[in-house]
Ligand binder design. Sequence first.
Ligand code: FES
Length: 103
Amino acid sequence: MTRTLVGTISDIDRKGSRTFMVNDTQIALFRLSNDDILAVENKCPHKGGALSEGMVCGSKIHCPLHDWRIDLHSGAVQEPDHGCVPTYVVDVDPDSGSIYVTI
Ligand code: FES
């Protein structure tokens, strides 16, 4: 596993996102309204929509294509739909605000 510095918390607006590539995988980082930072693969398990372009509601992301709702903590799709998106460990340095993602 690799722990990578991907930016600082001030780089992401509340309820916003940023994306970055690791090898061939695009990762989406989300900043919730409570300042939690969460990371998932930027690919909806339905038809591959870019989750980073969706709407953050609480700790869920609404896919911009067909409105599937995905829990950003677990990666689980909300019923009645089914599926799961990979999630990644994120830690934030409380002093500097630096964000690290472990892939
Ligand atoms: S591609 Fe995300 S809901 Fe269809």
